[in-house]
Design a protein around this ligand. Structure first.
Ligand code: XBP
Ligand code: MG
Length: 264
């Protein structure tokens, strides 16, 4: 049996995990930036689903141009134009969220408060721009996060493990002391490659993703009166993810005896 390492931190992805931000948030903001720049680019919801294969807004625009507008990439100032478009997109996205745009996924606010109250450390590992995280989360929830790894903090975005490696280094914790929360195949690849046991909650664009390697796949974190749906994994008779279930999962993964867990 492996030695028991207590659960000490939870690391959350943002887009799709904390809130379903892509179709009605990021996509709208990209299109607003394109229109503002007088460009003909317009990403409908279906196309955007395909573009999500590439994480990172700047990287996504370049990917789109490669497929649909190669001439855009031939300009001498392509890099600057992508940077400027992305800055405009971030401005539009933050404005959209500040107008009260996008609710958090079921159970997110509840679990964050409960975990912080139970002494677990909280961190973020996301591909998105840091301003976007602060705009999405109410200040009282944002304040619960000790470490925010976001955007260009690392050169290689998900599915590379780099952002998770960076967060673990900031926390000074081994992966075995943490659990990660993801919603996409690219995010899951990143967290698993960093050695993090990962629970997946689905989002609109990721329902058909391959979540092999996740120790549980759920519709969401669940709320009292709003039970999660279980796609895979053992939820030990629970209908929502709480700190007790996280500790049970963590001890299962680390091979510790189950009887020391006090069920509520
Ligand atoms: C999120 C992303 C981000 C956002 C856009 O992935 O891919 O690129 O769509 O954000 P994950 P920026 O949930 O795996 O972190 O435009 O700020 O890059
Ligand atoms: Mg995500």
């Amino acid at each position: 049996m492996k030695p028991q390492i207590p659960l000490q931190a939870l690391i959350f992805d943002v887009d799709g995990t904390l809130a379903d931000t892509e179709r009605d948030g990021h996509r709208i903001a990209f299109n607003a930036a394109f229109a503002e720049a007088g460009m003909a680019w317009n990403w409908d919801a279906l196309l955007y689903g395909e573009l999500l294969a590439v994480t990172g807004g700047k990287e996504r625009m370049r990917f789109f141009a490669e497929q649909h507008d190669p001439a855009f990439l031939q300009q001498s100032d392509t890099d600057e134009r992508i940077k400027a478009l992305h800055a405009a997109k971030t401005r539009h996205y933050v404005k959209l969220l500040e107008a009260g745009g996008i609710p958090l996924q079921p159970g997110v606010a509840r679990l964050l408060r409960e975990a912080a109250g139970a002494g677990l450390r909280l961190a973020i590992a996301t591909t998105t721009t840091p301003e976007n995280v602060a705009a999405l989360l109410p200040a009282n929830l944002m304040a619960l996060f000790e470490i925010v790894g976001a955007g260009d903090t690392v050169a290689k975005k998900k599915p590379a493990p780099d952002i998770y490696d960076w967060v673990l280094a900031q926390l000074s914790l081994p992966a075995a002391a943490c659990l990660a929360f993801e919603d996409s195949a690219n995010g899951l690849k990143a967290s698993l490659a960093a050695g993090l046991p990962t629970v997946v909650t689905e989002s609109e664009y990721t329902l058909d993703h391959d979540f092999s390697g996740a120790f549980a796949v759920l519709s969401d974190l669940g709320e009292p009166g709003w039970p999660f749906q279980v796609r895979s994994g053992n939820v030990h008779g629970k209908s929502l993810v709480d700190v007790n279930l996280l500790k049970i999962w963590h001890e299962e993964i680390n091979g510790a005896p189950q009887q020391i867990i006090k069920q509520n």
